[in-house]
Design a protein around this ligand. Structure first.
Ligand SMILES: [Zn+2]
Length: 333
């Protein structure tokens, strides 16, 4: 995440960005139309901890706005326990942002490359080593969007492996926003491959599909990927961006349209597994603790089922629609 006009500098701030404006001088002022969406979202958030966490992040009205230009960096970047989540899917990173790694028959598909060269050396490489993954065998690097916490180590891994970096045209071209007073990210990588909507990338026995889902940034990419769960192939999806500019109806409409698009393609692909880059927003860490303690026959907590995955996206859509309805209400008193 990074500060920009699409507004994400962290969980608390991302939440505030989506909710800012629902307050009028400190008092929540919610139109009846907006409240209906919020009520539905609240109901949908009960499907599981992953949804409740996302609901707290993107729907809660009880979040105070922070000044995105304050430069105060209060993120918890302590390393997570690197985890093999499915037969061929691994997660490394820190409590703020994670990387997903698909270990195919001929090498690794890397989804996001976090923060910086230093972060890669100090955290990501030792984590990969612990999991038995060779970063030199990375074949493809997919960057979900043009914020430093997602691209910061991409150049580092490209140099190590020769793997191409995929990012959308809009996000390759997106200017790098001013940093906070605590610079943390390595420079944006040199432009490489342009990711497009519906693009398939095959590495060995795995084919992932990229979708353009703008809203968090002008060219956020979301991914549908196959994972193996005790030898059974199931489809997983990673929503590429979370926060949206809550004061900008056009950005919200873009975000809403992307959710609609992703709802359709994940339904068609029978997505049953929910993944996200930011572990605090979908209970990733708690679920990974559970994965490492799974006993034979127990269900993987990332496997939520196709119906719940659709409900999860509907919940996010409700949050965006609530914001739009409220903006509309403010324009026509
Ligand atoms: Zn971001």
């Amino acid at each position: 995440m990074q500060i920009n006009r699409f507004g994400m500098i962290g969980l608390a701030v991302s939440a505030s960005f989506l909710c800012t404006g629902l307050f009028a001088q400190g008092q929540p002022k919610v139109s009846a139309a907006a409240q209906r969406y919020l009520d539905e979202a609240k109901g949908l958030s009960q499907i599981g901890g992953y949804a409740a966490a996302m609901h707290r992040g993107v729907c809660s009205l009880a979040v105070r706005q922070q000044d995105p230009n304050s430069g105060i960096d209060t993120k918890d970047r302590s390393a997570i326990e690197p985890t093999q989540v499915f037969d061929n899917l691994y997660n490394v990173g820190d409590r703020d942002v994670g990387m997903w790694l698909i270990n195919t028959s001929i090498g690794i598909i890397m989804i996001d490359a976090n923060n910086s060269d230093d972060n890669a050396r100090q955290v990501l490489l030792p984590q990969m080593q612990k999991l038995g993954l060779d970063p030199a065998q990375t074949k493809v690097i997919i960057v979900t969007h043009g914020h430093g916490d997602h691209y910061g180590a991409a150049e580092f891994f490209r140099k190590m492996s020769g793997a191409p970096i995929y990012m959308s045209k809009a996000d390759w071209e997106m200017p790098v926003a001013p940093r906070t007073k605590t610079p943390y990210w390595s420079p944006k990588p040199k432009p490489d491959v342009i990711a497009t909507d519906g693009q398939k990338i095959t590495v060995g026995d795995a084919t992932v599909t990229l979708y353009l889902t703008p809203g968090h940034t002008p060219g956020t990419v979301s991914v549908i990927l196959p994972v193996k769960d005790h030898g059974v192939t199931r489809m997983a999806a990673l929503w590429g961006g979370t926060g949206a500019d809550s004061s900008n109806p056009n950005a919200l409409k873009l975000y809403s349209g992307s959710l609609k698009h992703f709802t359709a393609v994940t339904k068609a692909a029978n997505v049953e597994i929910e993944l996200l880059a930011h572990p605090g927003l979908d209970d990733t860490i708690k679920r990974e603790d559970a994965v490492r303690a799974l006993k034979p026959g127990q269900q993987n907590p990332f496997l939520i089922g196709s119906e719940n995955y659709q409900k999860y996206l509907t919940m996010m859509q409700d949050c965006i629609q609530a914001r739009l309805a409220n903006l509309e209400g403010q324009r026509t008193p």
